[in-house]
Unconditional design. Structure first.
Lengths: 109, 109
DNA sequence: TGACAATATAACCACATAGTTATATGCTCA
DNA sequence: TGAGCATATAACTATGTGGTTATATTGTCA
């Protein structure tokens, strides 16, 4: 039986919490917007069609995970992507989902 | 400004729910065990040091996401990995976390 | 069929969290 | 300093879910 490197309970917990940060559609949407360039909270709020406190809260979660970083400019705060690997993760998930639905569709083909 | 392909709200929700499935340490641990080969619920329960109903519940979540598949053999049920991309995801997350901690450590070096 | 083992489900509790509204904080400019 | 804008936080509610205990289901074997 093949042997794979085991992750420690601590590492598993860290990985899980990283996944948890990405488990909210609104946060994924925010990341998607930020991918086009750093954006103020105000602009983000408009673009993701939510309320300002809600966006700030999600940004806080993303920042605590070091996925985004902030920069103050006057009275505005601009957020930007701080860890590009999130898009790699999304790509892998999307490919997997595509594959899955393709298989399911094939059942009825 | 660079343009990236935008995911629809439905796609974002699907991706988020996939991440959500992976956001529990116990489920990651189960996947880690299954990576070594298909395993019965009983054996899984021992290896992850949990209760049988709890393991069954997590397996149900993993199966609903098509990440694992089941096979009945006698009175036992064996589970196996059905989507290897989960390990790709874990690798990407681990690399990101490694990088992050390395940077943080460098601050005090 | 009856006893037993393996697994799944139901019911429940405790806790986390997404979203809202209200308010606090911080910056700019007159 | 005071008004006003931008952002963050506090308090709250509603909902989802991980873990537990109890029970149901399914299969084996005598």
């Amino acid at each position: 039986m093949a042997k794979y490197k085991q992750m420690s309970p601590e590492a598993l917990a860290l990985a899980a919490s990283r996944f948890k940060v990405l488990s909210e559609p609104m946060r994924l949407e925010i990341l998607q917007v930020l991918r086009h360039g750093e954006t103020s909270v105000n602009d983000l709020t408009e673009k993701v069609a939510s309320t300002q406190p809600n966006v700030s809260k999600h940004l806080r979660v993303l920042q605590d995970a070091d996925l985004v970083a902030r920069r103050r400019s006057g009275s505005s705060v601009f957020y930007r992507i701080a860890d590009e690997t999130v898009f790699k993760l999304c790509d892998v998930v999307c490919d997997s989902l595509k594959h899955k639905f393709k298989e399911q569709a094939a059942i009825f083909a």
